[in-house]
Design a protein around this ligand. Structure first.
Ligand SMILES: [Cu+2]
Length: 110
């Protein structure tokens, strides 16, 4: 392999090593959400994070999800604390590749 090819390969590899796009949707399973007031309380709490772009609350599926603003993040611990402090129990926190809209559509169809 000549030097030029080697450089091109190296650049190509280093580009693919960078995560294409960090998951920007956080999906949480939350227990204790029983009525619309719970839903709006938790939504308000999550929207207080500067990194929050949008929030989805499904009482029916016990799912709370939020989308993050580009390049921003909220630590799992922060979310856990906010939700616990509001009086609910977080069962699961996961980063998913779906957009909030696709989650919304999927929950509706279930
Ligand atoms: Cu309630």
């Amino acid at each position: 392999m000549n030097k030029m090819k080697f450089y091109i390969m190296t650049i190509a590899l280093s580009l693919t090593a960078v995560p294409v796009l960090a998951a920007s949707t956080i999906k949480m399973q939350v227990e204790g959400l029983v009525c619309a007031f719970c839903g709006s309380a938790i939504e308000k709490k999550l929207r207080s994070n500067a990194a929050t772009a949008d929030v989805l609350v499904s009482l029916e599926h016990k799912i709370v999800a939020l989308s993050l603003k580009d390049g921003q993040d909220i630590a799992d611990d922060t979310l856990r604390t906010q939700i616990t402090d509001a009086g609910y129990q977080v069962k699961k926190i996961e980063r998913v590749p779906d957009t909030l809209d696709s989650l919304r559509a999927a929950l509706k169809g279930r």
